[in-house]
Design a binder for this molecule. Structure first.
Ligand code: ATP
Ligand code: MG
Length: 459
């Protein structure tokens, strides 16, 4: 895995949000349907009660209004709710003429509630006969009853419909917030350096994740122990091999002083060169093991040392190499910033870079070592910049990340080396909190190795 989030469907956060939201929405939908049906039924029942009450009041009448006009006036009980009153029999059961406006109900209607068709429309009718034989029908248009009941039901369901999506949204936000500590943990893990072996902080994490973090911490500790064992083994092996190599080197020197044939001398020279290379390799291995040692978190913690001093001390050793190749080696700029030590590591870092620049630059070339402080360049960026620029072949962009791996060498440069110099440099830089980048030189030819050290203060 490369640390990025996987497909959405396999995300626990997504699944949790989706399931809870879906449950809320499904619950709200069911509750909505139930409430709608119940509210409609309640509204119809209430309308029936209303018709009954009106019918009961009407049944108290002693006489039916005599004139058709008076009956029609009495007939409009509630125009908006389409509630009407029709007399279907007068005192003693005498028939009553239909009014000019529909509906008209026949005297065959039985007492009580019923739904009937009158004039092509459905009506809900309550018929009641009083002691004097007066029969009154109180009716409401069925379509209007349904419309009123629907409006009431929608009124009841609306808060639920509005609230459910809001709740689903709230759940998504809450789940996102709940998962934030896990993202922090991922960032914390991603930002760790290889040599860091400190425990992950679990205090801000939910307790369900604690066993997981505890296992990661145990794994980190195990890995750190294994790596330390391997480093010690390499350092011990290199150390043990040094003494026999020194002895072999002395023997070869003694042998060189003896009389021997030309062929024997050629072979002895090859042997001496091999012994010399092996000794350099052992020294580099020991340096790498030393720079990798030590507890985590010591980066940037050394005493302040002068970068200029480290450069000048390295140049003392390297000037002869540059002169032998007629390379113009110089330090550019007057800045003398301080960076966090230790000096021995800083010198190793600088020396490896200048040594590479001299070795891989063809004879007659040029190597510039340049130091800039943020204030000197006017950028004030809080970093001290070291540039080692040469006029050599450079490193192809595709190889630039790999040259920091131990034993990795770009083929075809004809130089002898162990491939450990930049691995050592990168280890020291990481411990000092410095960053290294490889670029083309501004002129185009050659390599510009740029190291940024966290600035302490101007020297
Ligand atoms: N200034 C440079 N110009 C061109 N190539 C370079 C330069 N510096 C490093 N390289 C390439 O990067 C490779 C790795 O460099 P590194 O310093 O790690 O190893 P090395 O120089 O081969 O051996 P060592 O430094 O351990 O003796 C080198 O083999 C070389 O090909
Ligand atoms: Mg090197």
């Amino acid at each position: 895995m490369d640390g990025r989030e996987g497909p959405l469907a396999s995300s626990l956060r997504f699944r949790l949000s989706a399931w809870i939201s879906a449950t809320i929405l499904a619950g709200a939908a069911l509750a909505g349907v139930y409430s709608y049906v119940a509210a409609t039924g309640d509204a119809h029942r209430l309308q029936d009660v209303q018709l009954r009450q009106i019918g009961y009041i009407i049944s108290k009448l002693d006489a039916v209004p005599a004139s058709p006009q008076a009956r029609e006036r009495a007939g409009d009980i509630d125009f908006d709710a389409r509630i009407v009153l029709r007399f279907i029999a007068a005192e003693g059961g005498k028939p009553v003429a239909c009014p000019s406006r529909p509906p008209c109900f026949t005297s065959e209607l039985v007492d009580g509630l019923q739904t009937v068709n009158a004039g092509g429309e459905q009506w809900r009718v309550y018929v009641r006969t009083n002691a004097k034989g007066i029969r009154a029908a109180v009716a409401q248009q069925a379509a209007m009853r349904d419309a009123i009941a629907r409006a009431d039901a929608i009124h009841t369901v609306t808060p639920l419909l509005v609230l459910a999506p809001l709740l689903a949204l709230l759940v998504t936000i809450v789940v996102r917030v709940m998962f934030r500590p896990l993202r922090t943990l991922t960032t914390q893990l991603g930002a760790r350096q290889e040599h860091e072996s400190g425990e992950l902080d679990r205090s801000a994490l939910p307790s369900e994740v604690w066993p997981f973090v505890a296992e990661i911490n145990r794994l980190i500790a195990r890995t750190a122990r294994t790596m330390a064992r391997q480093r010690r083994f390499i350092a011990d092996a290199a150390h043990e091999l040094r003494s026999p190599m020194t002895a072999m080197s002395l023997q070869a020197e003694r042998l060189a002083a003896s009389e021997m044939s030309g062929e024997a001398r050629t072979r002895l020279d090859a042997l001496s060169a091999g012994i010399g290379r092996t000794r350099i390799l052992l020294d580099q291995l020991l340096t790498l093991a030393r720079t990798q040692e030590g507890p985590a978190g010591q980066e940037s913690g050394g005493d302040p040392v002068s970068l200029k001093r480290a450069i000048l001390e390295c140049l003392e050793d390297l000037v002869p190499l540059a002169e032998a190749k007629e390379i113009d080696l110089g330090v550019v700029g007057d800045a003398d910033p301080l960076v966090a030590g230790p000096l021995v590591d800083l010198k190793t870092l600088v020396k490896n870079l200048i040594d590479n620049a001299i070795r891989y630059t063809p004879p007659g070339g040029r190597v510039d070592v340049r130091v800039d402080t943020g204030s000197a360049t006017g950028s004030g960026d809080g970093w001290v910049h070291l540039h080692v620029e040469d006029t050599g072949p450079g490193i192809p962009p595709a190889e630039r990340a790999r040259v920091f791996d131990a034993f990795y060498r770009v083929l075809g440069n004809g130089q002898i080396g162990s491939g450990l110099g930049l691995a050592i440099t990168a280890t020291i830089a990481a411990r000092m909190g410095a960053r290294i980048t490889l670029d083309d030189t501004p002129g185009g030819a050659g390599l510009d190795v740029h190291v940024q050290f966290p600035a302490l203060r101007s020297g």
